[in-house]
Design a protein around this ligand. Structure first.
Ligand code: HEM
Length: 518
């Protein structure tokens, strides 16, 4: 966000804040909750949360000190709720009408993806679009994509084998490969070969993921204004908003081409391609309340962004832990070679590779690709708790939350609760997934192995099956073909760029590893 714009907005925001305060003066319990002190009225605890290195260390400190439901301060001294309590989380994530997306997301998502984007729509429109898109992401349809996903990784393997490589930025390589995989698997189109689209896409990701004190402030200021006023910003776009607008143009161009060609195939009654977008167009033509052409087109950019970043970063962290543990690479190799030797007549069933899946689950737990997400309370609510909170002489068995409160869904902190994951919750330990009884079944939250990585409730990740299959395929093929090892003296730490990325000392996202062909 441009400095000038921020300064202008700060002045307006201060006026609004001073005049109206930080929200309605209805009663809630958050002010009385324990929470970390804040040294800054302007930024509150947000820099400690968002700019933390390694990401999550402050979250874990706060968890230990104040418990799984506590207060943190946002900008201008506002109270925010930070939640990793499973009962409270289930309630919050199940009630999207009350706990919706943050005002900033509601402002920015339509600019980047269109107002019909699944990430943006709510209520009946979300229900209708989601119903049609759920069919697109069914287990059978996703399973059918294995050959497309295998092709993406085999091309990478070919490139790595054909040129002498030693040290590779696997962060970059995984992002390129997942961009190709999501393009070909979801859209039936190789996005990597469309330079303009790939460029605007990278710019968009960079603009959205740039976290700094200025971005924190801009976020806090934006939400104080009505959308009608904010929309004026798009007429005088800052450089970051321009990146969103540029990507939207690229999306419109690409989605027009894609939709036209898929509709043509449908009209000719020729055999439809098995990419998910073709399936969507087909399912939509049979739906009783179909999506409009614009609504379909708005999913192109949505699925690219939602599907690429997260999966690429899971793969990057998986390669990072494997590079630290060569014996785990060998176990995966033996596992897959054994499977192939015993089932030479069948395609690989990746779900039948226990150690590979244990690594993937532990990566999703320990390096949660989206480490936290915001929700914004749109009407006063009462949130249940799994355990009472004793505060200021009162025992709270549930929590009154007032309209206008930000709630941080602390995904990565939930993944470290010893009450759920056991006393070794803070260790990276794939073996926990090989002994079923060790992973608590008492709190079933997410769609996959009680992990919250994909969220739960009506906004649960629609692409989780795709993400798992893609990770299984790319990781197993890479480990079968190469040995990964750490560079001497390399020092990356988890940093938050909306998703969790490995950051070097300069705050740049990358991960250089030695890659040796087998
Ligand atoms: C490891 C990989 C992934 C992770 C950790 C992940 C995580 C998430 C999370 C936490 C949400 C909820 C966000 C919110 O409501 O604030 C979400 C939503 C979504 N994800 Fe994923 N995701 C992954 C991969 C994918 C893939 C591969 C696709 C598609 C190809 C995808 C498409 C979407 C879409 C469209 C939504 C919005 C759903 C809705 O609001 O109804 N995601 N994802």
């Amino acid at each position: 966000m441009d400095q000038l714009l921020i300064a202008g907005f700060c002045v307006c925001a201060l006026t609004v804040v001073l005049r109206y305060g930080c929200g309605r003066r209805s009663v809630d319990d958050i002010a009385s909750l324990p929470g970390p002190p804040s040294s800054s009225w302007l930024y509150g605890n947000l820099p400690e949360l968002l700019l933390d290195r390694p990401y999550g260390s402050n979250g874990l400190k706060w968890l230990a000190e104040y418990g799984p439901v506590h207060r943190i301060r946002g900008c201008f001294g506002e109270n925010r709720l930070m939640v990793s309590d499973p009962v409270a989380l289930r309630y919050i994530l199940a009630n999207f009408t009350t706990f919706g997306k943050s005002p900033t997301h509601r402002f920015l998502n339509p600019i980047a993806f269109g107002s019909g984007s699944l990430l943006h729509v709510t209520g009946e429109q979300h229900h209708r679009i989601r119903g049609i898109m759920n069919a697109m992401f069914s287990a059978t349809n996703v399973r059918g994509l294995a050959p497309i996903l295998e092709k993406a990784v085999l091309e990478l393997i070919e490139r790595w084998r054909s040129e002498p490589i030693d040290v590779v930025d696997v962060y970059r390589a995984m992002h390129d490969t997942t961009l190709q995989a999501v393009g070909e698997g979801v859209m039936g189109y190789n996005i990597r070969e469309n330079e303009n689209y790939a460029r605007t896409y990278r710019n968009l990701v960079q603009a959205e993921a740039t976290l700094s004190k200025a971005a924190i402030l801009a976020d806090a200021v934006l939400c104080k204004f009505p959308y009608s006023l904010l929309n004026i910003l798009t007429l005088f776009p800052s450089s970051d908003i321009q990146k969103l607008v540029d990507h939207r143009h690229a999306n419109v161009h690409l989605s027009n081409i894609l939709l036209e060609s898929k509709l043509e195939t449908l009209k000719l009654e020729s055999e439809a391609d098995n990419d998910l977008f073709s399936i969507l167009v087909q399912k939509n033509s049979e739906a009783s309340s179909p999506m409009s052409a614009d609504e379909i087109k708005d999913q192109v950019g949505t699925l690219t962004v939602a599907g690429e970043e997260t999966t690429a970063n899971s793969l990057v962290w998986a390669l990072y832990v494997l590079a630290q543990n060569p014996q785990w690479q060998e176990t995966i190799r033996q596992e897959i070679n054994h499977w192939i030797a015993n089932h030479s007549d069948r395609a690989v069933d990746y779900d039948q590779l226990p150690f590979l899946n244990a690594i993937i689950k532990e990566v999703l737990r320990f390096y949660s690709p989206l480490p936290h997400a915001d929700r914004y309370c749109t009407q006063d609510a009462i949130v249940p708790l799994s355990e009472p909170i004793i505060t200021a002489g009162k025992v709270l068995t549930s929590l009154r939350v007032k309209k206008g409160t930000y709630v941080t869904v602390a995904i990565s902190t939930f993944h470290r609760l010893t009450s759920i994951w056991g006393p070794d919750a803070h260790e990276f330990k794939p073996s926990r997934w090989l002994r079923d009884e060790e992973v608590s079944k008492s709190t079933s939250l997410g769609p996959y192995s009680n992990l919250l990585s994909f969220f739960s409730g009506p906004r649960v990740c629609i692409g989780w099956r795709f993400a798992i299959l893609e990770t299984q395929i790319i990781l197993s093929h890479l480990v079968r073909n190469f040995i990964f090892s750490l560079l001497a003296g390399s020092d990356v730490q988890p940093g938050c760029a909306i998703t969790l990325v490995p950051m070097d000392a300069d705050g740049k996202a990358n991960l250089y590893l030695h890659v040796s062909p087998l």
